[in-house]
Ligand binder design. Structure first.
Ligand code: BTN
Length: 273
């Protein structure tokens, strides 16, 4: 199916089983499709995650989508903001479609959507993968493909055993109630549009991005690509996109790339819904 459903989207195509939505959108952009072009799959046989990892979900249990942009005025150093707005739009959409309380869904830097487990661990609900190209001369992003996979209608009984303790789904956050992935897709696109228009106009929702960060105020261990930095998350830098970690020596260090491998929140007020 191919459609031009509104002025925001140039193309929205749904697939059954494909390798990955990322190369589909890459090919579209290379063929000259205007922005914003979105591919959605029921199943990916070679889904891609960050840092060379895979990403898989049983057919029909997750919303798996990639959005292709041609932003024109975003500096390469701000390309991460495209991934951030995709994640923020999905966090808002998921809370609304699932009828969850505000602040049930958080971000774990850089762009994971997470929820609190009853014991204070963070469990992953969604991941975001950003790929961009730039025009070397101008230093601007020319194209970007932002993929997001959110565990939607996936019952815990079908979680892979090795991930059972570290993942969740919207269905589980709702105590087993089914989730409508089409409604989630529509809600996500509706929230992405104003966020993208603002970004194109030079406005990034730094406050919203900062407020969603679950690591702020909590102990973290961050794999910075070889070494582990242990400290307290003290925020994020909306200019560089870095995670800010105060180490044991009291100094705050910006982490530009890496992965939060451990974070436990102790609020005394943890619940699933
Ligand atoms: C992560 O490692 O957390 C990022 C996962 C990104 C997965 C999504 S699913 C839709 C899109 N297509 C892919 O192959 N990957 C992204």
């Amino acid at each position: 199916m191919m459609a031009r459903p509104d002025a925001f989207l140039s193309r929205l195509e749904r697939f059954g089983s494909i390798e990955s939505t990322q190369p589909v959108v890459r090919e579209w952009l290379e063929a000259g499709v205007p922005e914003v072009a979105v591919a959605v799959a029921d199943e990916q046989t070679m889904g891609r995650g960050r840092q060379g990892r895979g990403w898989s979900a049983p057919p029909g249990t997750a919303l798996l989508a990639s959005a292709g942009f041609r932003p024109q005025n975003i500096q390469l150093g701000h390309a991460w903001r495209l991934a951030a707005i995709v994640a923020l739009a999905m966090a808002d959409a998921a809370e609304e479609v699932a009828g969850l309380k505000d602040a049930t869904i958080w971000l774990k830097w850089p762009n994971d959507l997470v929820a609190d487990a009853p014991d204070g661990r963070l469990v992953k609900l969604a991941g975001v993968l950003g790929e961009s190209t730039s025009d070397g001369a101008s230093g601007l992003v020319t194209t970007a493909i932002i993929g997001i996979g959110i565990n939607a209608d996936w019952p815990a009984g079908a979680f892979p055993p090795e991930l059972r303790d570290s993942m969740t789904s919207l269905r589980e956050l709702l105590g087993g109630r089914p989730i409508d992935r089409d409604a989630l897709l529509d809600a996500w696109l509706a929230r992405l549009e104003p966020r993208y228009e603002a970004l194109r106009d030079g406005h990034f929702d730094a406050g919203g991005w900062t407020a969603r960060q679950r690591t702020t105020g909590h102990g973290v261990e961050v794999d910075t690509g070889g070494s582990i930095l242990t400290g307290t998350g003290v925020g994020v830098d909306p200019e560089s996109g870095a995670l800010l970690v105060r180490g044991r020596d009291g100094a705050t260090q910006p982490v530009g790339s890496g992965e939060v491998v451990r974070c436990r929140v102790m609020t005394g007020n943890l619940s699933w819904r």
